[in-house]
Design a binder for this molecule. Structure first.
Ligand code: GLC
Length: 571
């Protein structure tokens, strides 16, 4: 199901490998002034698809505000809102034409201020998406820059003369084709890592840095809690523009092995991350950076925390998010390495976002999908770290992929069809109820609602105690009430078991045990707490995805049904 380009979207930054001294995770994270984001559940909203207040088929800011009570009841603490700035919407907001305004189709600045205020009343924080690598080609900065070679903004973007054979070098765009577009007016090529309408800003120009940090301050002054940094690892290019390595049969559009040696993860990125973090740190309230950071190994991803934890507080670990089958050894290994990351940074966990096939589909076997959704929810919400959800995962929303090229909205799908169908499938409207268009809008939605909306929606699931939605709610509440789930160390258990993933969240004052059966057969589990320094043999069940027979589960031997999940409290 995974498309090649989507894989490369996250694998693109996978070259430089640093060696790091593996350090054991901090023993107990219970510290006095703990920043809010360590305890928060973050929830990603794709505004175009969330809720449509003016019934034009597209979600908007007022729509989000109208659903704050739902989000509060769900239990989330912070919303990451994907770009809602003015934009020609070539890449649905990731092509910004004004960094200090709100897209008119999504509302006004007053609407945004209202969202902030209403969210604050409910103790929910707002995290903006910040697209630093590129602007839209319709941004006035770029319009000026393109107008002449001697325009003062010429150097805000990357312009080069062509080589005899065409573009300045062999670099390719992640979205397909050459990374260079010829502008005949000045007879120079412009560099774009993504779509041609997304020209890269020149971060070597101090004026660009000043302007972008100024934009960040604009939103921080309003009270946003931080930023999710889009595509931040491609801010810099080698100014000498050497060709990227070409390997036989590789470097083709969509090839996940394509190398971006000279235009990805250059060390200068860390200077910018440090500078931006310093901007945030001038504000009260522990403002946070979430980084779209990836890499071929944990040491590499971990670099984005910064040597002194002075860069991104929450880098995104796509290695873990891209595990595409329920493999106990793979999860155990990847959790262990992320929990023990060399920077000793606080882990962030997620499984889905607007660029990846929803994990309901990736892990689902079409028979036990809801059990599997509860299992992945448990994993997400019981690990040591900050969980980040993607809208609709709490309902068990699945992908609704386009069937024909004509239906496709996403540029990646438009270029790559049929091998690459794009990202529309994971961006469909929220299924609020069983009414027309799932209650998202009375007008035809910009993307078709998933056909299963009559069964899978907020209203139906709210009244079903066994629904995926109610399981998420219970899990989030449990996470907030059980101190061990917030602060306990992660201790792997039953480490040789290939079918059941078990672990403890351990504190001196009590621990929580979690066991997840990742197979379609029931499994007997035997957990030896004594080997982990806990003098107990049983647990008080806190939450399970099945009826737990006795009130005190004997951990020396208990049975988990197919894809069953058990969470219990031990001494
Ligand atoms: C990031 C975004 C993706 C966008 C790209 C270009 O990967 O998550 O949606 O297309 O950057 O901005």
């Amino acid at each position: 199901m995974f498309s090649k380009v989507r894989k490369s979207l996250v694998a693109l930054m996978a070259l430089s490998i640093v060696s790091g001294v593996a350090a054991k995770a901090v023993a107990n994270e219970q510290v006095k002034a703990e920043p809010w984001w360590k305890q928060a559940v973050v929830y990603e909203i794709y505004p175009r698809s969330f809720a449509d207040s003016d019934n034009n088929g597209m979600g908007d800011i007022k729509g989000i505000t109208s659903k704050l009570d739902y989000l509060k009841d769900l239990g989330v603490d912070a919303l990451w809102i994907t770009p809602c700035y003015p934009s020609p919407q070539v890449d649905f907001g990731y092509d910004i034409s004004d960094y200090k305004a709100i897209a008119p189709e999504y509302g006004t600045m007053a609407d945004f201020d209202e969202l902030l205020a209403e969210a604050k009343k409910r103790d929910i924080k707002i995290i903006m998406d910040f697209v630093m690598n590129h602007s839209s080609d319709k941004h006035p900065w770029f319009v000026e820059s393109a107008s002449s070679k001697d325009n003062p903004k010429r150097d805000w973007y990357i312009w080069k003369n062509g080589a005899a054979s065409g573009p300045p070098n062999n670099w390719i765009s992640l979205f397909g084709g050459s990374a260079w577009k010829l502008y005949p007016k000045t007879n120079q090529y412009n560099y774009h890592f993504f779509y041609p309408e997304q020209p890269d800003l020149n971060w070597r120009n101090p004026e660009v840095r000043t302007a972008m940090y100024d934009a960040a301050r604009f939103w921080l002054d309003k009270g946003v809690a931080g930023f999710r940094l889009d595509a931040v690892q491609t801010l810099f290019e080698d100014p000498k523009l050497p060709d990227n390595p070409v390997r036989e049969g590789k470097n083709q559009y969509g090839d996940p092995n394509t190398e971006y040696l000279h235009n990805d993860k250059l060390p200068e990125v860390h200077d910018v991350l440090r500078e931006l973090r310093a901007v945030l740190d001038k504000y009260p309230g522990d403002r946070v950076l979430i980084g779209e950071t990836s890499g071929s190994d944990i040491a590499e991803i971990s670099k984005s925390y910064g040597k002194d934890l002075d860069e991104v507080q929450l880098p995104m670990n796509f290695i873990l998010a891209y595990i595409n089958k329920l493999s106990v050894p793979e999860f155990r290994k990847r959790i262990e390495e992320w929990d023990n990351n060399p920077a000793r940074g606080w882990p962030l966990y997620f499984f889905s976002n607007h660029d990846q096939v929803r994990h309901y589909v990736r892990y689902g076997d079409k028979i036990h999908n809801n059990e599997i959704a509860k299992l992945t929810a448990t994993l997400l919400l019981t690990l040591r770290g900050t969980p980040m959800m993607y809208y609709g995962e709490e309902l068990g929303m699945q992908n609704n992929d386009p069937k024909t090229k004509e239906e496709v909205q996403d540029p990646i799908g438009k270029i790559g069809w049929p091998a690459e169908i794009g990202r529309d499938g994971e961006r469909t409207p929220v299924q609020w109820n069983a009414d027309v268009n799932a209650g998202f809008s009375t007008a035809k939605p910009w993307l078709p609602v998933s056909p299963n909306y009559k069964q899978v929606n907020v209203v139906v699931e709210s009244s079903d105690k066994n629904s995926v939605l109610n399981f998420y709610k219970q899990l989030i509440r449990l996470r907030k009430t059980e101190d061990a789930l917030m602060h306990g160390t992660y201790v792997a258990m039953d480490e040789k078991n290939q079918d059941v993933l078990s672990y403890l969240r351990k504190t001196n004052k009590g621990s929580v045990v979690v066991a997840l059966n990742m197979t379609p057969a029931s499994k007997v589990v035997q957990l030896d707490l004594k080997s982990k320094g806990i003098d107990a043999e049983s647990a008080n069940p806190l939450l399970a995805s099945y009826e737990v027979g006795s009130s005190n589960a004997n951990l020396k031997s208990f049975t988990l049904p197919a894809y069953g999940v058990f969470i219990g409290k031990v001494k």
